[in-house]
Ligand binder design. Structure first.
Ligand SMILES: [Zn+2]
Length: 163
């Protein structure tokens, strides 16, 4: 089965939070850990992709089609709601804002969890090995790796890419 939408669309991106954050210390700790991994993984992704959009090739010094500076996004293949693949480098890439919203998810206003089907086919063609790896990971039922191991993996990749 190809990588595909397994869960119905959920529109969470622009939902406003009501009232103060109510979370237990343990939940807050988990969120901070996740934020750290997100930041690290984003950094490694941009480093690997040389701070350019993997689809259109625009970098931070290029102007977008509206003549404005390019904004780069950290984009996921399998939605980041799924923790197993959230910080795997096979699952992430650098996209400019235009490609992220205009091509990858296509719907500009309603941010979808999963990419457009045509965009997924483009990913499979361009990154065949990564796509195959993600398919394997999607069927993986082993326990989730803990945050420390994920951090070590990403730091190792950062050192390797910076060398
Ligand atoms: Zn682009």
């Amino acid at each position: 089965m190809p990588l595909s939408r397994k869960t119905p669309l959920r529109r969470t991106a622009f939902k406003r939070r009501r009232g103060p954050i109510k979370a237990s210390p343990k939940t807050l700790e988990k969120r901070i850990r996740e934020k750290m991994l997100d930041d690290l993984c984003r950094e490694v992704t941009f480093l690997r992709d040389r701070h350019t959009c993997v689809r259109c090739g625009r970098g931070l010094l290029d102007l977008n089609k509206f003549g404005k500076p390019t904004v780069l996004h950290w984009a996921h293949v399998i939605t980041r709601r799924i923790r197993r693949t959230r910080w795997r480098l096979e699952n992430v890439m650098t996209l400019c804002e235009g490609c992220h919203f205009g091509f990858w998810h296509r719907a500009k206003i309603r941010m979808q969890d999963w990419p457009d089907q045509k965009a997924m086919e483009w990913f499979e063609m361009k990154f065949t090995d990564r796509y195959a790896m993600l398919r394997l990971m999607q069927n993986d039922r082993s326990p989730l790796p803990d945050a420390t191991l994920v951090r070590m993996y990403l730091e190792h990749e950062r050192r390797r890419l910076a060398a």
